[in-house]
Design a protein around this ligand. Structure first.
Ligand code: GDP
Length: 197
C-alpha cells in the first residue's frame, strides 16, 4: 500500500472522547523508547507525524491519524512509564484498556517489542491480556539493525516460545528497522489485507 496522505485528526484523553468515525483502526503500542514514534513516521513516510504524540502531555493521549483518507492509525500511550505519578498512570491505562476492549472498529493492535531484548514480562503480560480479551494483535520487533541477525532471530524465537506457553496460536509478527526501512512494506501490506477482508 502506498501512503499518499497522513493527517492528524485528534487526541483523546479517554475512551468516551474518541472520535466517531466509520474508518477501520490499527493501533500501535509498546514500552516507552521502543521506537514507536520512529516506526509511525516510517510507515507514514513523514519526518514528524508522531511529533504531536511525543510533546509533553500528549504521551498520555490516544492520537488518531487518518491514512489515505481510508483507515485510521491510532497511536496509543506507551506502557511502563516509571516517571508518571501513579494516579495519572492508572487514568491513562484505563483509557488504553477501555479503547482496546471496547473500540468496535479496532482491527489489529501492533505490539512493539525491542528486538535487542530477551522476552520481558511486561510485554508478555500485555500480549496475554490482549489474547484473553480476544483482541486481535500482531507483534512488531523493532530496531533490528541494532543487533546481529542471529541475536534478533533468537530473541524473536524466545518471545514466541514464551508467548506460546501462555496463549494459543502464533501471532503474526514483523521485524522492522527505521534505519533501513525493513518491514515497512510487510506491515502496510498486512494492513491492506485486513482492510480488504
Ligand atoms: P518511542 O519512545 O517508542 O516513540 O521511541 P522513539 O521512536 O522515540 O525511539 C527511541 C530511540 O530509538 C530514538 O533514539 C530512535 O532514534 C531510536 N530508534 C527507533 N527505532 C530505531 C531503529 O529501527 N533503528 C535504530 N538504530 N534506532 C532506532
Amino acid at each position: 500500500m502506498k501512503i499518499t496522505a497522513a493527517d492528524f485528526l485528534t487526541s483523546s484523553p479517554d475512551f468516551e472522547t474518541c472520535p466517531e468515525s466509520g474508518l477501520q483502526e490499527f493501533a500501535f503500542i509498546g514500552r516507552s523508547n521502543v521506537g514507536k514514534s520512529s516506526l509511525l513516521n516510517l510507515l507514514a513516510n513523514r519526518k514528524d507525524l508522531a511529533k504531536v504524540s511525543s510533546t509533553p502531555g500528549a504521551t498520555r493521549l490516544i492520537n488518531f491519524f487518518v491514512m489515505n483518507k481510508a483507515w485510521m492509525l491510532v497511536d496509543l500511550p506507551g506502557y511502563g512509564y516509571a516517571k508518571v505519578r501513579k494516579e495519572s498512570r492508572q487514568e491513562f491505562q484505563k483509557a488504553v484498556s477501555d479503547y482496546l476492549s471496547q473500540r468496535e472498529q479496532l482491527r489489529c493492535v501492533f505490539v512493539l517489542i525491542d528486538s535487542r531484548l530477551t522476552p520481558q514480562a511486561i510485554d508478555l503480560d500485555f500480549c496475554d491480556w490482549l489474547a484473553v480479551g480476544g483482541i486481535p494483535f500482531a507483534l512488531v520487533f523493532t530496531k533490528t539493525d541494532k543487533s546481529k541477525a542471529n541475536k534478533v532471530k533468537s530473541n524473536v524465537a524466545l518471545f514466541l516460545e514464551a508467548l506460546s506457553e501462555r496463549c494459543e496460536g502464533e501471532p503474526r509478527y514483523f521485524q522492522t528497522s527505521t534505519k533501513t526501512g525493513k518491514g515497512r512494506g510487510e506491515v502496510l501490506e498486512f494492513v491492506e489485507q485486513v482492510l480488504k477482508a
